[in-house]
Ligand binder design. Structure first.
Ligand code: 4AD
Ligand code: MG
Length: 421
């Protein structure tokens, strides 16, 4: 608007607010890219136009022309209306400024994301998607998309969605990782970014059944390399949002000093150290058990920076993790936990490169070895150390926007009991 000061412009959009008195009407238009107050002064327009504008209801679509001016009271740019044309008069819009229940809003997700907070969140999501692609593209990673219909489990068989695939059974992908590892042998540094699926039966603020994951995989990389990359990556994302989403963050009343803190060096601790710390904080976790959601909340509230936890007990980690040569009870996995109680946003680590070890693991995890033979080829033809991670986009959005639940981080959330709209 600033660039058009004193010029006549035309806007097309929807009515967000309409306030009318006998002499003046204030119409806030939202056009998808932002909001602008339009001011119509009765004395300056003809009677028919004045009456036409009075008909506007919330969310009606309209076209408006006028001169851009700066409001002397709040310095904001606004439009002094010269002409206005109704395109469609909206029926009473179901979402009003009053408090609505979550189910009411979720049933109307296709309308709910017109509201300012949801709009801000999804714009930040968009900024993150671009930042993700730029980060890997600028570092020479090759995008190799992984399939969504797969014959195998990547992350344990308890959260698989099964679909009929002609005469066979297929599963919706839980992670693209198994497909990235062979691609790393072809291209060196690769990534995939797409939807992934987990039949999560738990209702938590962190779980969706369909979510987007970005997964880098690097040949000849070790655990340390991937921890460094994960830290640089998250800082890059935070930096981008701070630079490009000032308006959105303000709208969300996000305390940006908390995000700036994530530009400082991340905290690092082993799983064993994390368990000790958690016990000191009052958790009843024992060594060998996975963190519960409450443990992650407790731990991440202790620090302003994200925490990289590494070297987990092999019992609860995936079959493909490389064992720690210095302690065979643990594997070279790592998670990055976001601060302010958010918890895990990244999971990854170094992959096992020995075929004998992996065959053993497949047996221990009671997986059918046959469908994994192609995956094991990575260890048959020039096996190499490699490492990677996966970041759940929605978890990152939830933390950056400080949202109470991941359901607000994706245009159309899918969860237990939520398949509509
Ligand atoms: O820790 P996870 O299960 O790791 C993997 O899938 C690896 N194969 C990734 C890799 O190394 N290439 O999942 C990775 C991330 C989690 O840290 C979390 O951010 C997100 O995916 N995630 C979910 N996000 C929303 N809803 C769910 N149900 C999620 N499950 C995992
Ligand atoms: Mg994980």
């Amino acid at each position: 608007m600033k660039d058009h000061l004193d010029q006549e412009v035309t806007l097309e959009g929807w009515v967000r607010h309409h306030r009318k008195s006998g002499k003046i009407q204030f119409i806030v238009i939202r056009d998808g890219s932002g909001f602008c107050q339009c001011v119509m002064v009765k004395a300056e327009v003809d009677e028919a136009l004045w009456e036409e504008a009075r008909k506007l209801t919330t969310e009606s679509s309209f076209r408006v022309s006028g001169v851009v001016q700066q409001n002397p009271r709040n310095q904001k740019y606004e439009l002094l209306v010269k002409n206005l044309e109704i395109i469609h008069l909206s029926e009473p819009f179901p979402i009003t400024p009053k408090e609505h229940g979550t189910e009411f809003l979720m049933d109307r997700r296709h309308l709910w994301f017109r509201s300012k907070r949801q709009w801000a969140v999804l714009r930040i999501r968009h900024t993150l998607v671009r930042a993700i692609r730029d980060f890997f593209d600028d570092r020479g990673f090759i995008l190799t998309d992984s399939p969504i219909l797969t014959p195998t489990a990547a992350e344990g068989s308890s959260t698989l969605f099964e679909v009929d695939y002609f005469d066979e059974k297929a599963f919706l992908s839980q992670s693209g990782q198994l497909y990235l590892e062979p691609a790393a042998a072809a291209f060196g540094k690769v990534y995939c970014f797409g939807p992934t699926f987990r039949a999560e039966k738990s209702k938590t603020r962190r779980h969706l059944t369909e979510f987007w994951m970005v997964e880098p995989e690097i040949a000849f990389a070790h655990l340390e390399d991937i921890m460094v990359l994960g830290e640089e990556f998250m800082k890059h994302l935070v930096q981008r949002v701070l630079e490009n989403c000032t308006f959105e963050l303000e709208e969300l009343e996000r305390d940006t000093s908390k995000l700036e803190a994530a530009l400082e060096p991340f905290i690092r601790m082993t799983y064993t150290e994390a368990v000790e710390k958690l016990k000191g904080l009052g958790s009843d976790i024992n060594w060998g058990e996975d963190f519960g959601g409450d443990d992650e909340t407790m731990l991440t509230k202790e620090y302003d920076q994200p925490i990289i936890v590494h070297r987990f007990p092999k019992e609860f980690k995936a079959f493909y993790m490389e064992p720690d040569p210095e302690d065979d009870r643990v594997v070279l996995g790592m998670d990055v936990l976001a601060p302010e109680g958010y918890g895990e946003v990244i999971g990854g680590g170094e992959r096992a490169s020995s075929i004998d070890f992996l065959n053993d693991q497949i047996a221990k995890h009671e997986l059918d070895p046959e469908p994994y033979q192609w995956y094991l080829d990575v260890r048959r033809y020039g096996s190499f150390p490699h490492a990677g991670f996966g970041m759940g986009l929605e978890r990152a959005v939830a933390w950056i926007c400080k949202l109470p639940h991941v359901r607000e981080t994706i245009p159309y959330p899918r969860m237990l009991y939520r398949l509509k709209p």
